[in-house]
Each structure stands twice: as structure tokens, then as C-alpha cells.
Write a protein that binds this ligand. Structure first.
Ligand SMILES: Nc1ncnc2c1ncn2[C@@H]1O[C@H](COP(=O)(O)OP(=O)(O)OP(=O)(O)O)[C@@H](O)[C@H]1O
Ligand SMILES: [Mg+2]
Length: 326
């Protein structure tokens, strides 16, 4: 990277990109393998849907980071959204998980009983390699739009969502910024993983990383140099303290966001103006993010000018973890 003073940094875009390829990104062959795994599950359910128009499962869609291309090498949970016909499924959300297991077994008899893990409001299928597929139930709105009520894994509360639009939101930005947009999201997620390793209370959810990067991309940040893109993100976090609401107008107007959903951090779901995805972040959580971003920014600044290679590598290892060797 060439600094404003014309000095070339020891660690620049090429080094960060190479590290991302070797350590952060899910290898392409694995992406294909895991997508095939999730797709075969999806296709079994789709065959059931095709065979019986009254089937309780309406639609099955790949969701989350595997579908979006934002999964990390160590991502162990993949997401499959299963849209259900309200009225054809148990009303009691606590019974939904076991009902869902029965449908999954019907569709995939080869799955073993001990592969299923029943959680309160969702079902996970565990595979021998330690990866899992989370089956996320969504009550379909019935109008064919892809709108539905997601049943939150933790509380069982219903949240309006639209998986197609979540995927489209990423796809539109990927088309505008083909490689770098999703790479910067993965770099930021990776940085957050390092912070979580140091502080078990550190919170930084994946969807937040995606929306934060999307906001910066939309507002003109250049993602073509990874050190500069990361510096811009950390600067944004420091300057705003994350107290400025982040709102997108892909699917609704800003004015549709009610005041009541504003929180300590406000980042509104791209498809649902009533859903502040950071609703449960506390002031302590916010400060921890701002402070970690400040430290990351200091490390990037230091690495930019330091003449010794070992020191530049050590500074970047603060951000990217001890595996980073330049
Ligand atoms: N609080 C939320 N409100 C609405 N939608 C959400 C929320 N959290 C996640 N999602 C949606 O569900 C998807 C799956 O969530 P998840 O937490 O597994 O993130 P992910 O993008 O798959 O990343 P990871 O690789 O960490 O699993 C997200 O990509 C996002 O589209
Ligand atoms: Mg996921």
C-alpha cells in the first residue's frame, strides 16, 4: 500500500488478500461441497412440496452466509429457511421443532436420529465433519412474496423477514463491487472472531458486519484496498460511536422506521423497518466495539509507517490474529 507520503507499506492489499485466501475464506471446493449438502436436503423437501400441493412446507431457500458468499473457513453452521403453511403446523412453537424433525425424516430417511438436535425453536442437523445445518422455520405470509414470520431461535418471538430479499440485497451490492464487497465483509467478520477469542463478552453479529460494510459501500467507501477499507470501517465506528442509525432504502423508506425501535445501536434489517438487528446490544457492548475498533485503527496506522517487517506483521496480527505472518 502506498501511504499519503508516498512510502510503500510493508503490509498492503496483496498481503491481506493472500491471507484471506489462505486462512479466512471457505475454500471454493468446500463451498461447493457444503452447498451440495444443503441443496440435497432442500431438494428432498422440494420434491415433497411438488408431490403434494397441500404439504405444510411451502418453500425452502438457502439462507445465511453460505448462500451469500460470506461464510468463513471456520463457519460451522449453515442455514436453510423452511417456509411453513400457518394452520398446517403446530400452533405451539415449542412443538414446532419436533414436528419439523418428523418432516425432515420423511424427506430424508437416510438421516440418523442422532444427527438431529432439537433446540427450543429450531432444528439442527449435525454432520460427521462437525458442520451443521440449521433449519430455520418461517411462517409463510401466503401471498407468494417471500414474506414470512421468522421464529427467533432464542425467544420464539416472530419477526417479519424475507429470505429472497436478504440474498438479493447482497447480490445487488456484489454486482456493483464484485470481489471486494464480500471479502471485506469476511475480513470484518474474521476480525470480530479474533475479538471474541480475546473477550468472551464481545458481541458483533454477522448480519451487523454485513450491514455495516453495505452502508460504507453505499456511501462511497472504496473497497479495492483491504487495508484502506478496514481503516475506513474502524474510523466510521470510532467517529460515530455507532450512535448514528444505519438504515437502507432498498425495500422501504427511511420514514417507515418507527422511533420506538431505536436502541443504543440502531441498525435496521434491510427488509423489515421494524427490526433493529442490534436491539439487544448494551452500552457495554457498544463501548467494547468502539474501543476494539480504536485499537485496530491504531494498529493499521502503526503498520503503515513502521520500517521493520516484523513490527508491521505484529501490528496486523493484532487485527487478523496470530496466524497472520505477512
Ligand atoms: N437479527 C436478525 N434479524 C433479521 N434477520 C437476521 C438477523 N440475524 C440474522 N439474520 C438473517 O439470517 C441469516 C443467517 O443468520 P446468521 O446469524 O447465521 O448469519 P450468517 O450471515 O449466516 O453468518 P454466519 O456465517 O456467522 O452464520 C443472516 O445472513 C441474515 O440474513
Ligand atoms: Mg449462518
Amino acid at each position: 500500500m502506498t501511504t499519503p507520503t508516498g512510502i510503500t507499506s510493508i503490509i498492503g492489499h496483496a498481503e491481506i488478500a493472500a491471507f484471506a485466501d489462505s486462512n479466512i475464506n471457505l475454500q471454493h471446493s468446500k463451498v461447493i461441497e457444503y452447498r451440495e449438502r444443503v441443496n440435497s436436503l432442500r431438494d428432498s423437501l422440494r420434491a415433497k412440496i411438488a408431490a403434494d400441493p397441500a404439504y405444510a412446507v411451502v418453500r425452502v431457500l438457502n439462507a445465511g452466509s453460505l448462500a451469500k458468499g460470506s461464510a468463513l473457513r471456520n463457519t460451522s453452521d449453515f442455514d436453510l429457511a423452511v417456509y411453513l403453511r400457518p394452520g398446517a403446523v403446530p400452533e405451539d412453537p415449542t412443538q414446532l421443532a419436533s414436528w419439523l424433525v418428523a418432516r425432515l425424516k420423511e424427506a430424508r430417511p437416510q438421516l440418523e436420529d442422532d444427527q438431529f438436535e432439537l433446540r427450543d425453536h429450531c432444528v439442527s442437523i449435525l454432520y460427521k465433519d462437525g458442520r451443521r445445518v440449521d433449519i430455520v422455520p418461517i411462517l409463510d405470509s401466503g401471498d407468494g412474496s417471500g414474506d414470512g414470520d421468522l421464529i427467533r431461535k432464542d425467544t420464539g418471538a416472530k419477526v417479519r423477514t424475507n429470505v429472497r430479499r436478504h440474498i438479493e440485497f447482497v447480490r445487488v451490492r456484489k454486482a456493483r463491487c464484485p470481489v471486494h464487497y464480500r471479502q471485506v465483509i469476511r475480513l470484518l467478520k474474521w476480525w470480530a472472531v479474533q475479538q471474541k477469542g480475546r473477550d468472551e463478552n464481545f458481541r458483533f453479529k454477522s448480519y451487523f458486519a454485513e450491514l455495516l460494510c453495505s452502508h460504507l459501500l453505499d456511501t462511497g467507501t472504496d473497497f479495492s484496498s483491504y487495508p484502506n477499507a478496514l481503516a475506513s470501517i474502524f474510523t466510521y465506528i470510532q467517529v460515530t460511536g455507532l450512535t448514528t442509525p444505519i438504515i437502507f432504502e432498498d425495500y422501504y423508506q427511511r420514514s417507515a422506521v418507527p422511533d420506538s425501535v431505536h436502541g443504543i445501536i440502531t441498525v435496521i434489517d434491510a427488509v423489515n423497518p421494524q427490526n433493529n438487528v442490534m436491539r439487544d446490544y448494551t452500552e457495554t457492548n457498544r463501548r467494547a466495539i468502539v474501543s476494539a475498533a480504536g485499537a485496530a485503527l491504531d494498529a493499521i496506522d502503526y503498520a503503515e509507517y513502521v520500517p521493520k517487517r516484523a513490527e508491521a506483521v505484529a501490528a496486523w496480527a493484532e487485527i487478523l490474529g496470530g496466524q497472520f505472518r505477512g
